[in-house]
Design a protein around this ligand. Structure first.
Ligand SMILES: NC(=O)c1ccc[n+]([C@@H]2O[C@H](COP(=O)([O-])OP(=O)(O)OC[C@H]3O[C@@H](n4cnc5c(N)ncnc54)[C@H](O)[C@@H]3O)[C@@H](O)[C@H]2O)c1
Length: 455
């Protein structure tokens, strides 16, 4: 008997939504008006879509409603312009049923024991479910472990929507379905070399039609979309990218420690290595990892891996090396002061830069916070300066209550510690005016001063 060759049946995606996307008439809802969601809302708005932002933080919604911004790189005039073209923000989830497509950009932090904290995704799904409509497209963008879209998001949406709608899974079900996809955010905050529209958008749908719709939507604002076969592949793609960074940063951090002992300048080594036209990508050492992504995301995977009786050793090792870096910086400050016949106890230390990397207003997981706490614990009198933070209060993992010190009378400090190399700093003046500098970022290298200790 001849084997039957399966014939590819053309998938019928939701024609009404496809038409609305083509004509930019789809109403797009973005949940989570943070570093990811707000710029995304503006991008959709620029393309002519009517966009509504949803957030549980009433202060943010109010700020946007009054044409203001709370993210440094987004100006109030951009918000006002978007508002004039139909952008609005709300805390009212009942308005979700007006949306044709909903993109979720809520936080995915780690819990106390480095386990995934999915409470924001869960509560968002619970808030969407009562307003879910047949034919709506729901896309998750928050970084998370492979399986979250289908194991966490979809079951809540299906169980808690009053109309018993299901996520589209097979070609046959076209009535009473909604469409679900995962598409990771790949932005690099502060990086002005790549336009956001030029970062290809990876998309994985729960079924082919969901992938088609999400891809159609994103291809109106991104120059290229990359289709993968499932949400899990898209979720894993994002983690691979971030684990790659995390492991390579750990590698240079470890080699830096070795180079310091050997009297070799790791920065000079990296500059030379990066002249190789293939097979090498430069990563740079620093005072430790920061930001919402690199210190956090790899542990989403190592947690999930345990379900499969699998140890992700590279992730654990990289985590160990990177989390030790702030302790290394504090040891370097102690030894630099020691060489000036001073103890850390009672020493006045100015930390330059709170943000986790240069020229951004984000201090989540910043190593500067850990360094300040360690210095204080050791008895130092610590001040900080950062043009992006006039004060720092209490966060999930710190409780500092400090005001930004003026960048004057640097000579009053026993040590100035460069933790973040913001471009606005006048490093020549900093070196001239300070007694002693510990530089974790190689920011003062070209000044060649013997007041500087590199660490
Ligand atoms: N920041 C980045 O550079 C970046 C880059 C790539 C991926 N990501 C990922 O994108 C996701 C969002 O990150 P972010 O940096 O925008 O976070 P963020 O903290 O800046 O913003 C999240 C927003 O979601 C809101 N929110 C929380 N729960 C909500 C709910 N139930 N309903 C509505 N709003 C809610 C918060 O109030 C906040 O405004 C995370 O998963 C992160 O890992 C971030």
């Amino acid at each position: 008997m001849a084997t039957k060759i399966p014939v590819a049946v053309p998938q019928i995606a939701h024609p009404e939504l496809e038409r609305k996307i083509r004509l930019r008439q789809a109403h797009v809802g973005i949940i989570g008006m943070g570093y990811v969601g707000l710029p995304l809302a503006l991008l959709f708005g620029e393309e002519g879509y009517e966009v509504t932002g949803f957030d549980v933080d009433a202060d943010k919604v109010e700020k946007l409603a009054s044409g203001g911004s709370y993210i440094v790189r987004i100006s109030p005039s951009e918000i006002q312009n978007a508002r004039a073209h139909g952008f609005s923000a709300t805390t009212d989830y009942s308005r979700l049923d007006e949306m044709d497509a909903v993109v979720i950009c809520v936080p995915t932090p780690l819990g106390e024991f480095r386990e995934p904290d999915l409470r924001y995704i869960r509560s968002t799904a619970q808030s969407i479910a009562p307003h879910l409509r047949a034919g709506q497209l729901i896309v998750l963008e928050s970084t998370t472990y492979p399986g979250t879209t289908e194991e966490v998001l979809v079951p809540i949406l299906e169980k808690e929507n009053p109309a018993s709608l299901c996520a589209a899974r097979t070609a046959s079900d076209s009535d009473g379905v909604f469409y679900v996809a995962f598409s990771p955010e790949r932005e690099d905050p502060g990086n002005t070399t790549v336009d956001r529209r030029d970062i290809p958008k990876v998309v994985g749908g729960v079924d082919e039609r969901a992938g088609d719709l999400a891809s159609a939507l994103y291809s109106t604002i991104f120059h290229r979309t990359v289709r993968v076969s499932s949400p899990a592949v898209a979720e894993m793609t994002k983690l691979l990218e971030n684990i790659y960074r995390c492991v390579n940063i750990a590698l240079v951090n470890e080699l830096k420690l070795l180079c310091l002992r050997m009297g070799i300048d790791i920065w000079e080594v990296i500059e030379a290595a990066k002249t190789k036209p293939f097979g090498f990508q430069a990563f740079y050492p620093g005072p430790g990892l920061g930001g919402h992504c690199i210190p956090v995301d790899p542990f989403y995977l190592s947690w999930k891996a345990k379900e499969f009786d699998f140890q992700t050793r590279f992730i654990e090792l990289a985590g160990e090396i990177n989390t030790a870096m702030p302790y290394h910086v504090v040891s370097a400050v102690i030894s630099a002061l020691n060489n000036h016949n001073k103890a850390l106890q009672g020493a006045r230390v100015l930390v330059l830069g709170l943000a986790y990397k240069k020229d951004i207003d984000d201090l989540r997981e910043s190593p500067s916070l850990t360094i300040i706490e360690l210095l204080r614990k050791a008895g130092a009198e610590v001040s900080y300066h950062d043009p992006y933070f006039p004060f720092v209060g209490r966060g999930r993992k710190y409780d500092l209550h400090m005001k930004c010190a003026p960048l004057q009378n640097l000579n009053q400090y026993d040590c100035v510690l460069i933790a973040t190399d913001h471009s606005d700093y006048d490093y020549q003046r900093i070196v001239e005016d300070s007694q002693l500098i510990v530089d974790t970022r190689n920011a003062t290298r070209r000044l060649r001063s013997n007041k500087v200790v590199y660490c």
